[in-house]
Design a protein around this ligand. Structure first.
Ligand SMILES: C[S@@+](CC[C@H](N)C(=O)[O-])C[C@H]1O[C@@H](n2cnc3c(N)ncnc32)[C@H](O)[C@@H]1O
Length: 484
């Protein structure tokens, strides 16, 4: 699309225009831009002039056409002929041009070119290159920002996620099957002066002999797409096997202690627990996994969503074919979520959770905390555990629901709630309430259990056997901290 010199010219033109989030806010004010982000352009239309910032705003924020000579001036030093040849601009009627590519800003205010036009709704080309979308943001939010030497992004698209990695990674490699995506990624890396190694090919094939410290992917995970085969969402795999493929590759592609994170869809099949389905993707040795299901859709909603996404005409035969694929396999729902896999030594430790509520962002902090908790738990057996000192996390509260009885309040239900972090809520019984009341980080668990047994007139071994799995669960979910 653009050679290196032309990318440099585009970078210079973009810089000179002042077209970024801050430039726009200082010229037009936050209110006009907030309205524009909801496609209400009234205020912005009154404010823009035909200076470079105004022309870029008209083209790339509002998706409107501008006179050729204004575009030529606003793009200097990139020649208009190059902008038209590459597809950045396209000829309109008469002597006007309009945007052929979209241009968005990522959270760090970097310029991101893609096929995502501002007014986009309607049919996409099959090699459409996504811009910044909800799934892109989710991938950015879950990505562990550990300082590491190497990272790989599979299915980089326009490179938007890969651009964020060099802030904490020494060398970033990004791959995609679609050559058009890699063209955009190369342009975006050049415009933002960020070094990326870009390789074309299917999944891990371009890096078959290599290992990485961090691997991320928002892969084309849509299940059973009939019809056009849009590369951005359809990897051409059977069912949800793309997730299984990534999971199976994790151990061999990660360096020791490395982490792979990816978004996925999985099938909810009648009579099968989806947690078990996802857990079965992983080997029995060598990985610590936390898979989080964020939402579940029934097949019809799922099909409708993806038809809307691509501007598909929703041809009834195609819809029927897609729905039949699900019903023939007894699929009752499709789960969506994200998976973190850490390369470890020894037996695998796999947890699959449903977390549909809002947690304290960013997710990456929640994931780090959960990995730490699980690491601690993996080093402890019932005997060593007895010597540990437990304390409650700061944000944990005890909640009670009580009815009036003949002797005063009768507690019906008690539950722990964490107001920070994962914001879980879990019911607990009176024995656990009493134990937690004395979790102050000072006393070994052994002593607490002995006191508890005296109070409830029980035998310490029996009391401990009953409480042990529940204590582990509360540690795993972040209510209780261990000072071993
Ligand atoms: C959902 S998009 C993600 C784009 C970008 N990483 C983001 O998060 O917005 C999936 C990307 O995977 C690419 N892709 C599709 N099939 C692939 C395959 N078999 N191997 C590698 N990449 C593939 C698509 O071209 C597309 O760019």
């Amino acid at each position: 699309m653009l050679n290196t010199d032309e990318i440099n010219q585009l970078r210079e033109a973009w810089r000179l225009s002042g077209y970024d989030r801050y430039g726009q806010i200082s010229a037009y004010g936050g209110r006009a831009l907030t309205a524009a982000s909801r496609r209400d352009y009234r205020e912005l239309l009154d404010l823009v002039e035909n200076d470079a910032l105004g022309v870029w705003t008209t083209l790339f924020t509002m998706g409107l056409q501008v006179p050729r000579h204004e575009a030529q001036a606003a793009l200097h030093p990139l020649p208009l002929a190059v902008a038209l040849r590459s597809g950045l601009l396209v000829e309109g009627s008469e002597d006007v041009v309009r945007a052929g590519w979209g241009l968005q800003f990522d959270p760090a205010n970097r310029a991101v070119f893609s096929d995502q036009l501002p007014q986009m709704s309607g049919v996409r080309r099959t090699d459409h290159v996504l811009g910044l979308g909800g799934a892109t943001k989710l991938l950015g939010d879950i990505t562990l920002r550990r300082e590491v030497p190497t990272a790989l992004e599979i299915g980089t698209g326009c490179g938007v996620h890969a651009l964020s990695l060099p802030s904490h990674v020494g060398r970033v490699t990004a791959t995609d099957l679609n050559p058009r995506a890699l063209d955009f990624a190369r342009i975006n890396a050049g415009v933002n002066e960020i070094e990326l190694e870009l390789l074309q090919g299917d999944m891990f094939e371009p890096v078959s002999e290599r290992q990485f410290d961090l691997i991320t992917a928002n892969p084309p995970f849509v299940i059973a797409t009939p019809g056009q085969g849009w590369t951005y969402r359809d990897a051409g795999r059977e069912g949800d096997s793309l997730g299984a493929e990534l999971a199976a590759a994790a151990r061999s592609k990660l360096r020791p202690g490395g982490v792979m994170q990816f978004l996925a869809n999985w099938l909810e099949i009648k009579g099968e627990r989806s947690e078990d389905r996802v857990a079965a993707w992983f080997p029995s040795e060598g990985v610590r996994v936390w898979a989080v299901e964020r939402e579940q859709l029934d097949p019809l909603d799922y099909v409708r969503n993806w038809q809307r996404d691509s501007g598909d005409q929703a041809d009834p035969h195609e819809t029927a074919q897609w729905l039949n694929w699900f019903s023939e396999r007894k699929v009752e729902g499709i789960g969506f979520g994200f998976v973190t896999v850490e390369a470890i030594e020894g037996p695998s430790d796999i947890v699959c959770d449903g977390v549909s509520h809002t947690v304290a962002y960013p997710w990456s902090d929640r994931i780090e905390e959960r990995l730490v908790q699980r690491r601690v738990l993996s080093t402890m057996d019932p005997e060593t555990f007895l010597e540990a000192k437990l304390s409650l996390a700061d944000s944990v509260s005890l909640n009670q629901e009580a009815d009036q009885g003949p002797d005063g309040w009768e507690v019906k239900r008690q539950w722990l709630k964490s107001l920070q972090g994962l914001r879980y809520a879990d019911e607990i019984d009176q024995l656990m309430v009493t134990l937690l009341a004395s979790c102050n980080g000072q006393v070994p668990l052994r002593l607490q259990i002995e006191l508890l047994a005296q109070t409830f007139d029980g035998e310490p071994g029996v009391v401990y056997a009953g409480l042990y799995p529940e204590i582990r669960r509360l540690i795993d979910r972040g209510y209780v901290l261990v000072d071993s």
